[in-house]
Every structure is written in C-alpha cells, then in structure tokens.
Design a binder for this molecule. Structure first.
Ligand code: HSE
Length: 298
C-alpha cells in the first residue's frame, strides 16, 4: 500500500506576519512516495535531487513522521519514504516544511486518518525544529492546510485558515545562494520598539481584513515589514533593487520569502506576475547572479 504526494512550497511571514503568517503555492513542490513497510519506524529509502541525510533522526521527514508514530503509540507501524526534492534547501520557500508536512500527511493517510490536518501541524513542526532550531509553523501550516494560514498562538497552538482572494498570484525569485534559517534568525533583535510594533500589528490586521474582503488596495497598503526585513535584507544581494523593480512593475507588495534569500511579490493577475518575474530576473542577470523563478497561484 503506497501513496504518492505533491509537497508544495510555501511563503512564510508574507512581510508583516513574522512566524505567524504563511501561504501555500501551487508550484513548485517536491514529490514523495510513502509506503507501508514490515519494519517498524521510518526508513528514508531514497532522496533524489539533493544531498540530504537518509538517517531517520537527521532527516526532517523522518523526524516529523516519528513524532506522529510516537504520539499514536503505533510502535509496530512502519513506513518507507522516497523524496524527490525539487525545492532547494535554504531557498526560503519552505523546503524543510514540504518534506515534514508531506511525511505526516502521507503517513496519516496510510493509517486511515487518525488525525485532522490541523492536528498534524505539531508533528511537522518537529521537522522544522530539526532544520532550523526553531519550532515555527508558518510554513508547515500552509503546506498542510493550503491557502493562507495564521498562527494565532503557539502555546497553545491555534492555527486559522484564511481565505485567498481569487486573483492573487505570487512571483518568487531565488538567487542561487543558500541562507540557513538558523543564520537568518540569529541576525534578529529580541526586542522591538513600540512604534514598530504598532505599525506591524496594524498592517497584519489590515492584511487579514484584505484577505476576507478581497480588497487588493488594502492588501497593498499592508505588505510592509519594518522589523525583520531591514535586518535580513543585507544577507540578500540586490534585495532593494529587486523589490523596487517588482513594485515598479505593478506588484501589490514584495518582500523576503520566509528567511530568504528568495524574494516574493504578490500581484492581482498573471500578466503582471509574469512581467514582475521578467523584471526581477533582469536585475539578477545584470548582477550576474544565477536564479530560479516561479510564478504560481496561491
Ligand atoms: N518564520 C520563519 C523565519 C520562516 O522567518 O525565520 C522560515 O522559513
């Protein structure tokens, strides 16, 4: 008995929602095959496309899957996982989350769904903890639930699925360098000014309202981040120019995707999203930086 999965890329933070907001892209994504096995536990039998550890305890899919099995006390259950990695680790579009979410989703299916999609989030977060040293859910939640998600609270975990305005489309450019989430978190400050906090929660609340009302102009006014982006953008070559180019070409907003180095833009139609993609790519061609680019519905 086996299951074949598509494990989508995700954009965490979405400017004003550091560690709480995330969205799921329709592409790119990994593929994963999970099959029941007679050997108890989890075996990662194959990883194609990236050089990642096969050892269960060192692999985000393995760790997330084990967290699920331990909770169920299904000590005899066993699974083999094959991962066909298309999302590059360290790209900022939820590579580890795709693997962690895929593993728990697939295993849950093969066990006839003892858990709801929301209940799978804490298991997938164990994979994120291994990958980045932080128990953040803003990639695994949208990967498991689809669309936009909000982590209203981490303790207790309270995740809310949000509506997606119909025309919204994302553009993501990945300059070919790797920024580890742990490194991108170590540059952050641990306190914020009241002034910046007011701006940020105003924008986050406005963005949530914009999603419910499909108010694209409000959405555009809210896509700002004065707390994390200024500290992290220095790690990304050409960030300011790529962002300015996206805005000049009609983006509703643009910012760092997750912990970077990918840069995302949101727009209202496919033609604009493609135009933004071409303009962003032109910036990196000028700087002679290699890149991957994706245009995707949310
Ligand atoms: N919220 C996390 C961070 C996402 O920005 O560090 C990492 O993908």
């Amino acid at each position: 008995e086996e299951i074949k999965l598509f494990c989508p890329a995700t954009i965490a933070n979405v400017s004003c929602g550091f560690d709480v907001l995330g969205l799921c892209l329709e592409q790119p994504g990994d593929e994963m095959i999970i099959r029941k096995s007679k050997t108890p536990g989890i075996q990662i039998t194959k990883i194609v496309g990236q050089d990642l550890p096969l050892e269960t305890e060192k692999n985000v899919a393995g760790v997330a899957g084990l967290a699920l099995l331990n909770d169920l006390k299904e000590l005899k259950a066993g699974f083999e996982i094959e991962i066909y990695k298309k999302i590059k680790p360290g790209s900022g579009i939820g590579s580890s989350a795709a693997s962690a979410a895929g593993a728990v989703f697939g295993i849950n299916q093969l066990l006839d769904e003892p858990f709801s999609a929301k209940e799978l989030i804490p298991f997938a977060m164990q994979g994120e903890l291994l990958a980045s040293g932080a128990l953040h859910a803003d990639n695994v939640a949208p990967a498991l639930l689809g669309g936009f998600t909000l982590v209203r609270s981490y303790d207790p975990l309270d995740v809310i699925k949000l509506p997606v305005p119909e025309q919204l489309i994302g553009t993501v450019i990945h300059p070919q360098l790797e920024v580890k989430t742990a490194d991108a978190r170590s540059v952050l400050k641990h306190s914020v000014s009241l002034k910046n906090a007011i701006t940020q929660w105003g924008n986050l609340a406005g963005l949530i309202s914009a999603l419910y009302t499909s108010d694209y102009e409000l959405l555009a006014r809210c896509l700002h981040d004065e707390i994390v982006e200024p500290l992290r953008s220095v790690l990304i070559p050409g960030f300011n120019e790529v962002k300015a180019t996206a805005l000049k070409n009609g983006a509703l907003g643009s910012g760092i995707s997750g912990s970077g180095p990918s840069i995302f833009a949101l727009s209202k139609d496919e033609a604009t999203a493609n135009q933004i993609a071409a303009a962003m790519a032109e910036v990196y061609r000028k700087f002679e930086v290699a890149y991957d680019i994706h245009v995707s519905k949310i």
